[in-house]
Each structure stands twice: as C-alpha cells, then as structure tokens.
Design a protein around this ligand. Structure first.
Ligand SMILES: NC(=O)c1ccc[n+]([C@@H]2O[C@H](COP(=O)([O-])OP(=O)(O)OC[C@H]3O[C@@H](n4cnc5c(N)ncnc54)[C@H](O)[C@@H]3O)[C@@H](O)[C@H]2O)c1
Length: 418
C-alpha cells in the first residue's frame, strides 16, 4: 500500500482521538454496522479529498467496512491532522496522501496520487478532485460514475461547470442536504471558528467588536455564537434579504468600509474573493485580528497586505503580525485559511456525524443508481435526509409527534378553508 504522510509513529495518538470522535458519531456508527454486515460497497474504488480529521477518519472506516477501497488526500494544505493520517495508514490500511502545511505543489501531487487508483466515485470538499479530473486531457473522467461534494464553495464551482456544459459526470451536492448545512455550516462553523480564533490568540470575545462578512449559514452561526459570548457583532452583506435578516436578528448591519474602522476581530465567511482588501486594512484599528472561515484562502487579500507592510513577524502559532507604513499592526490568523481547521480541530464530531452520514449513504446511493443519474448537480434524496435526522434525534433520546390521519389528509388537501 502506498502513502505519503508525516510520521507513522504518530498513529497510536491518532487512534485514540479517532475513537474519541467515534463516541459522538452514533448515526455513522449505525451505518457502519450495517455496511459491515451487508458489504454494499464491495469492490468499489473511492477517491476522497477531505480535511484529514478524526471525523473524516470515521467516514473512511465506514466506507472500508462497506467493502470499498479508499484513498484519501487533504482538501486544504493546512487542515491535516498528521496523527490521524498516520492512524488511517497503520490501523485502517488506507492510502493517505496528506502532510500538514504541505506546499501547493505537494497538495496537487497528492490529489493526483489519489486519482491514480482509477476511482468510480469521488468525494470532495471544495471540488478539487473533480476540477483536476476535468482539467486532465487523458480521459480521466471516463470510468467515474459520480462524485459527491461536501461544501458550499464546491457546489458553486460544480454548478458553474454544469452551466458551462463541461461537467462530465453526475454530482451529488451533499452540502444541500438539510441535515448538512443547517447543522454543520451553522452550528459546526459557528463554534469551531470561534474555537480557532481563541486557540490562535487567547483573545477575549466579551466586549469585542466582531465583524462578520457574509450572513449565510456559516456567518449566522458565527454571529450568534460571538454574540452569545458577549461580543458586539456587526454584519456586512451584499444580499438585501440576508442583510435584512441580520437586522431583524438584532445585529448592526453596515458597509465593510464603515465596519473596518470599528472592528477588533474580522471574520470572512462568504465563499467570495478579496472581501477584506487594501482599503479596509487602511481603515482598521491598530492590532485588529483578521481571520477567514470560508473554504478558500482568497477571501482576505493577503498579497495586498504583504505589499502594504514594512515588517512581518510570526507572533504566535498561526498569528502573523503585519506592520503597515506608519506603524499600525494587523494580525492575520491561520494564513487566511479556514481558521477552524488551521488553528483548531474543525467541527465537533457531534455535527460531522450528520454530514458524513450523508456522505456514506450518498456513496451507497450512487452505487445502487449508477448509470441512472444524468449529468448535473443533484441533492440527496429527501427520504435519506429525513432518515438521518430521525436517527440523530433517536441517538439524542428525543421523541417527536406524528401526524394524525386527519392531519395528513388536511395537509394534502385544498378544499377546506375557515
Ligand atoms: N469553515 C468551515 O469549516 C466551513 C464549513 C462549511 C462551509 N464553509 C465555507 O464557508 C463559506 C460560506 O458558506 P455558507 O454555507 O455560509 O454559504 P452561504 O451561501 O449560505 O453564505 C455566504 C454569504 O456570503 C455573502 N457574500 C458573498 N460575497 C460577499 C461579500 N463580498 N461581502 C459580504 N457578504 C458576501 C452572500 O450573500 C451569502 O449570504 C463557503 O466558502 C463554504 O464552502 C466553511
């Protein structure tokens, strides 16, 4: 078995952390047990490009239990947990190609190594595998049945490919499952982004002015958590409905040029490019903290910050201090990469349980329906989405009501009024 990881000696430490996450992934555990007995993925080759975390390790073990042959590379150069990569190689016998802080060249070399195995199904977090397959000129997409996509940015890229008519195999947008984005993007990113900022800086959130750029699923989550910890939260948006929602949720909403003067902490969660840029850095207070939790490291214009600076120092792990002309300091966290994975451990297992239940059942769904899916980007079937929610509630010991026959009839009818 081939692999490329930092150090196999880290495996036993990784194993304990993977088991720790497993304890909070009851839905995925149930799926794994069934997969182990039924082997629905027997003989399947799956290529995965995901953050190499303890939760991802549990997904890898589930796919393997189902009979799949799996290879894994990182979906971000800075999100790999080297002990987890080592344990997956040593204990689960999975070919992992990921080293924390690998450079861009190695990142893409690892993507190609995973694709060398001629996968039938791809799993992406950001669409890098799909993009690499489509850029290759050697018929690399020929044997692929379908791909699955984990995050908002990946789904946006895939829809752009579908619109241009270049997408060569069907894609399942796992992100669009309600049991994914309602929970992972909102509660997962909400908590782990703050966790990353705290671990990097030990900053006091209470009394801080926190500027949130983007009030989508992730932005809402972070804004709510920051307020809960006592921050004065300002929201910046470009969509009028989202901005209005933020106003009605009780946040101050204003243009970023105005917020730039006020903020102590800035967090981008937009999936957009150069949201924080030169004109904003010029307005910021001395000592401002700047972080990104959107998928790619393009939301903060780091190149502009570099050009404007006369001095740069690594102040702490994942904190870089840039001194601008005139002496003002701006602190960039986690090199502008997803701060929850660069400086913390990513989302808690409790929430990834649902995201990865979607991935595991998504792979099984593609296996069962191969050849029947047309080109395009599809959501997971609603039935599976609801089943994941039902299992999660059950694992939490929460029971809910059911519709009476009369209510079912009423809700399906139009005749009855007041
Ligand atoms: N950190 C993580 O672990 C994690 C988890 C899930 C998703 N993500 C990523 O976070 C990003 C946001 O995801 P989401 O699900 O919240 O998406 P979303 O589409 O729900 O929200 C994005 C919001 O940003 C706004 N926006 C776009 N450009 C803007 C700009 N220039 N200024 C201000 N607002 C702007 C949009 O109007 C939208 O409301 C994506 O890149 C996604 O892939 C990260």
């Amino acid at each position: 078995m081939k692999y490329d990881i930092k150090d196999i000696k880290l495996a036993d430490k990784g194993r304990l952390r993977i088991e720790w996450a497993e304890q909070n992934m009851p839905v995925l555990r149930l799926i794994r047990e069934r997969f182990r007995k039924q082997k629905p993925l027997k003989g399947l080759r799956v290529a995965c490009c995901l953050h190499v975390t303890t939760e991802t390790a549990n997904l890898m073990e589930t796919l393997k239990a189902g009979g799949a042959e799996v290879r894994l590379c990182a979906s971000n150069p800075l999100s790999t947990q080297d002990d987890v990569a080592a344990s997956l190689v040593k204990h689960t016998k999975i070919g992992v190609y990921a080293v924390r802080a690998e450079n861009n060249k190695t990142y893409y070399k690892h993507i190609n190594a995973v694709l060398e195995n001629k996968p039938q199904i791809t799993i992406d977090d950001g669409a890098d595998l799909v993009s690499a397959l489509h850029k290759s000129k050697t018929g690399a997409t020929d044997g692929i049945w379908a791909g699955l996509e984990e995050t908002t940015t990946g789904v946006i890229r895939l829809r752009a490919m579908a619109k241009e008519g270049v997408l060569k195999f069907p894609m399942i947008a796992i992100n669009d499952s309600e049991t994914k984005h309602f929970f992972d993007n909102r509660y997962g990113t909400g908590q782990s982004t703050i966790d990353g900022i705290l671990r990097a800086t030990n900053h006091l959130i209470a009394g801080s002015r926190v500027v949130i750029c983007g009030y989508g699923w992730c932005g809402r989550g972070v804004a709510t958590r920051a307020r809960g910890m006592g921050a004065d939260v300002i929201v910046c948006e470009v969509e009028p409905v989202k901005a209005l929602e933020a106003v009605m949720d009780g946040f101050r909403v204003m243009p970023l040029m105005q917020a730039a003067k006020l903020g102590d902490v800035f967090i981008t969660l937009t999936g957009d490019i150069h949201v924080l840029r030169k004109e904003h850095f010029l307005k910021m207070k001395d000592g401002a903290l700047v972080a990104n939790s959107g998928h790619f490291n393009v939301e903060i214009d780091i190149e502009a910050l570099e050009k404007m600076s006369t001095k740069k120092r690594a102040m702490r792990h994942e904190v870089e201090e840039y001194t601008l002309k005139g002496g003002k300091r701006i602190h960039l966290l986690g090199q502008g990469r997803l701060i929850n994975l660069a400086a913390a451990e990513g989302h808690p297992a409790m929430v990834m349980d649902m995201s990865f239940a979607n991935q595991a059942l998504g792979v099984e769904y593609v296996m069962k329906n191969r050849g029947k899916l047309g080109l395009g980007v599809y959501p997971m079937p609603e039935k599976i989405d609801k089943e994941i929610a039902r299992l999660k509630l059950k694992s939490l010991g929460v029971k809910i009501d059911t519709l009476t026959p009369e209510q079912k009839e009423y809700l399906a009818a139009w005749q009855m009024g007041t």
